[in-house]
Design a protein around this ligand. Structure first.
Ligand code: KG4
Ligand code: ZN
Length: 375
């Protein structure tokens, strides 16, 4: 996992992720961008038009490869990417009704993620960029998730709070008008998505766990089995989900198989409620303490139906503008990577032909660069 320390505020404009990046002399003229994402268990390619509109966003999920193991097996993920990536890129081009010759740049996820999986996407992107003499830009996966907030809502305002909730991250940021990004807080232990996945495994549900809990919880009563809400200090902007997981474990230990089956939906609903209540609560503490009027919630867990309902109701109540990406942009996808890469190019980030993967890239690193989310 990629946890970061508490509050930090870093702004070093246009610092490249790779030390060896060549400097560009002329500004990048917007043109179609191909995005490639392969950091975990989704192989994805997307094309954005010159004005940033998503022309295609093809995602090939590896759920069926990893299901029998109950989680992502890195070696199998890398092999599956290898077998799929060319077809996925071709299909993104076909859906966008473009050819390779129409492309103006390639954006690829550089990290964080699984090393073998990242290598497949990055080397494919490198080869294609070399063959077509296109600029290649490396994107921090986290920055991609953040960019997804503006994909369906380009006028979403700054300053805003961004909550990134995925399988590896539970991070609260403040993003300012000039693109500066401040990390306000993150999880001390498990990420929200990890809590969903591990909880689902304990409940005997299918992989991936988040959607499985989401579905089952709809048939249950969230108040029937209550789980402790991991509130740290009232004003804290940090999260902790490991206690919740332990609480589920002890509850299940005290039940026989028939009780587990009979109460499965209530257990899922109660467990989910304990995760999403904390996420909503902390996000609005951040909104209030920062004095901003806008909140974006992004990443795989933002697909959760209960979380979306609670956020929507609370935002309406408090008069806060809320950005919740459409489902296709919540879980890993290349449209968000193409969008973040496009913003980097527009803001003057030099492309680099010799990118290396950065599997342990931390949240602070992407803050060194300041995408503008301008069209
Ligand atoms: O953003 P993402 O696709 O990959 C990472 O960057 O980690 O997020 C994957 C995570 C998984 O933990 C998955 O269980 C969770 O997002 N997830 C959900 C839902 N859909 C995906 N969690 C709760 N409810 C969902 N509907
Ligand atoms: Zn992700």
């Amino acid at each position: 996992m990629f946890f970061t320390s508490r509050l930090c505020y870093v702004y070093i404009p246009m610092t490249p992720l790779s030390e060896s990046s060549p400097k560009t002399t002329s500004p990048w003229t917007p043109c179609p961008v191909l995005g490639i994402e392969s950091s975990c268990d989704e192989t994805s390619a997307a094309i954005l038009s010159s004005d940033g509109t998503v022309l295609s966003n093809v995602v090939s999920s590896q759920d069926s490869v990893h299901r029998q193991y109950g989680g992502v097996v890195p070696e199998l993920a890398a092999r599956a990417h290898l077998g799929t990536i060319d077809r996925v890129v071709q299909s993104a081009l076909t859906q966008a009704q473009l050819t390779r010759q129409d492309l103006g740049a390639i954006a690829v996820t550089q990290g964080p993620g699984l090393a073998g999986a990242l290598l497949v996407g990055l080397n494919y992107a490198k080869g294609l960029a070399f063959g077509l003499s296109l600029p290649l830009i490396g994107v921090n996966h986290l920055e991609g998730h953040i960019a997804s907030a503006w994909l369906a809502d380009p006028s979403f305002p700054f300053p805003c709070i961004v909550l990134v909730v995925s399988g590896g991250h539970t991070h609260l940021f403040r993003r300012d008008t000039d693109g500066r990004t401040q990390l306000l807080g993150c999880t001390r232990d498990d990420a929200a998505g990890e809590a969903f996945d591990k909880g689902a495994q304990m409940l005997g549900l299918d992989y991936p766990g988040g959607p499985a809990i989401d579905r089952l919880a709809r048939q249950g009563n969230p108040k029937a089995v209550r789980f402790p809400l991991s509130r740290l200090q009232k004003s804290s902007l940090e999260f902790s989900f490991s206690g919740l997981k332990t609480s589920l474990l002890y509850r299940l230990r005290g039940m026989d198989q028939s009780a587990r089956t009979a109460q499965a939906a209530d257990l899922a609903a109660g467990y989910q409620e304990a995760i999403v209540r904390v996420l909503v609560d902390r996000a609005f503490v951040a909104v209030k303490s920062s004095g901003v009027q806008a909140l974006a919630v992004v990443g795989g867990v933002s697909a959760n139906s209960r979380l979306r309902a609670l956020l929507t109701a609370r935002a309406r109540e408090e008069g806060i503008r809320l950005a919740l990406p459409p489902m296709a942009y919540c879980t890993d996808n290349a449209a968000m990577i193409a969008s973040a890469g496009r913003q980097l190019l527009i803001s003057g980030q030099p492309p680099s032909a010799d990118l290396e993967i950065l599997p342990s890239l931390r949240a602070e690193t992407y803050m060194d660069r300041a995408p503008l989310h301008a069209r």
